[in-house]
Structure formats: C-alpha cells, structure tokens
Write a protein that binds this ligand. Structure first.
Ligand SMILES: O=C(O)CCC(=O)C(=O)O
Ligand SMILES: [Fe+2]
Length: 242
C-alpha cells in the first residue's frame, strides 16, 4: 500500500484499494458458497438461489447465510489482505472480530436488508479499533445496485449518540442523532467497486447501504479486524442490547 492510501484512511476514515484481491480467488469463494446452497437441493447460480429463497423461504435463506459466513471459506482472501490489515491497523498481526467473516446480501428491489446511516463501533461495543474490509463478490458495486456510501471525513466526529430502530425480519438501524445536519457537513461518497477492489473504513466512519434497483443481488464480503487481542472472543450483541 502506498503512503498516500494510508494517509487517506487516517484523514478520511475510509479508502479504496484497487485490485487488492485476485478475481480468481473471489470466483472460488462464490463457487464454494454456491455449492453449499446447492447441496441443500437447489439448482442454479448462487444469485438465483438467493433470490428464490428470498421469495419462498426467508428463514432458510437466513440459516444458509449464517452457515456460509465462515472464516474458513474466506481464508484465502484474508491471507491476501493481511498486509493491508496490518498497515491500516499499524500492527504486525490482526484479530478477526468474533473469529468470523461473512458477506452481506444486497437483495434486489428490497428494503428489508438495507442499512441506514450508522457507525460500526455501536454494533461491536467492546472492540476497538475496528477496521472493516468490504469487497464485491459477484458483481461490481455501483449506484444502480445500491453500493454502500459513506460520509467522507465523518470519523473525526467519533462515536455519536444514536436512535435505534428495527425493520421486521431485517436489520437493526443505529442512526446517528441529527444525521440531517451531519449529511450537510460531509460529502457522501459512493465508490464504484470492481471485482478485486476493496473498500476499508474505520469504526467511526458513518456509512449506509443503498437501494438495489438492479435484478441481481449485490453480495459483498466483509472482514472486521482489530488489534484488540480479546476481540476473537467477541460475541454478537443481540438487537435488544444495542
Ligand atoms: O453493503 C452494505 O450495504 C452495507 C455495508 C455495511 O454497513 C458494512 O459493511 O458495515
Ligand atoms: Fe456497517
């Protein structure tokens, strides 16, 4: 990584590293996850199965998504990003928060699994720092398919008070108080990410997902890493306790 990218991360709380992951690795991961879904008796591409389950059997989609959010599956990408994790954390090692990795489902034409503005620090309260790596798995992230966006430089605000809301069978949103004012002060950036690109952001960076107006789910791999040694024992906080 160049000094310039490192500086950008420190100043803005987020940075895109182009071609950080070989595309062949990403294809292998999508195949591995797809094989898992297909082993449950479904046929077709991973995208087709996900869209079908979203209509026919959301609980099963949830179960299969959980079961395939495994560190083991994403290990080759983790190994590939290790150097970047350590540079951005400024350490010689990294811990995976909760010892797990996974992926997000940006479902087409859906409002259930869309995050409003939030900060990662509130979802993993005991872990600090938190570096998130976010990279497309099946298609490029674009404004058309709801690529995530962030408020550039908003990390400087630190941990903000928030208002909690819950979507039925969806996400718990922790929306910063006075977000209407904050969005006026910081530029919203929605980077296009091609397969192989990776967006990194810190625990205070205010970010959100956007509406996927395309016909394909937008699957993004996610790592949350830290230099906090205790973080591999982190367990997910239930929505009631957020
Ligand atoms: O990809 C998205 O839609 C949201 C991503 C996000 O909130 C995260 O990775 O923390
Ligand atoms: Fe997030």
């Amino acid at each position: 990584m160049t000094l310039c990218l490192n500086l950008e991360y420190r100043q803005n709380g987020a940075v895109v590293v182009r071609n950080a992951i070989p595309q062949a690795l990403i294809h292998t991961i999508v195949e591995t996850i797809g094989d898992f879904y297909r082993s449950e008796g479904f046929s077709g591409s991973l995208e087709e199965i996900i869209c079908r389950l979203n209509v026919e059997n959301q609980p099963l989609l949830y179960q299969l998504h959980l079961k395939t959010s495994l560190r083991e599956i994403f290990k080759p990408v983790e190994a590939c990003l290790e150097g970047l994790f350590q540079e951005l954390l400024n350490t010689s090692y990294h811990e995976l928060v909760g010892n797990s990795s996974g992926y997000l489902l940006g479902l087409p034409q859906d409002k259930r699994l869309v995050y409003d503005f939030h900060q990662e620090c509130h979802y993993m309260k005991r872990v600090n720092p938190i570096l998130t790596a976010h990279f497309p798995l099946n298609v490029a992230c674009t404004s058309a398919n709801g690529a995530m966006s962030y408020l550039n430089g908003s990390s400087a605000l630190g941990a903000l008070p928030y208002q909690k809301s819950r979507i039925t069978n969806g996400y718990t949103n922790l929306l910063p108080i006075d977000i209407e004012k904050i969005v006026e002060d910081y530029e919203e950036i929605q980077p296009e990410l091609n397969l192989g690109d990776c967006l990194f952001f810190d625990e205070f960076c205010i970010h959100k997902s956007n509406y996927n107006a395309s016909d394909l789910p937008r699957l993004c791999g996610i790592f949350r890493v830290t230099s906090d040694k205790s973080a591999n024992s982190h367990t997910r906080i239930s929505p009631d306790n957020l």
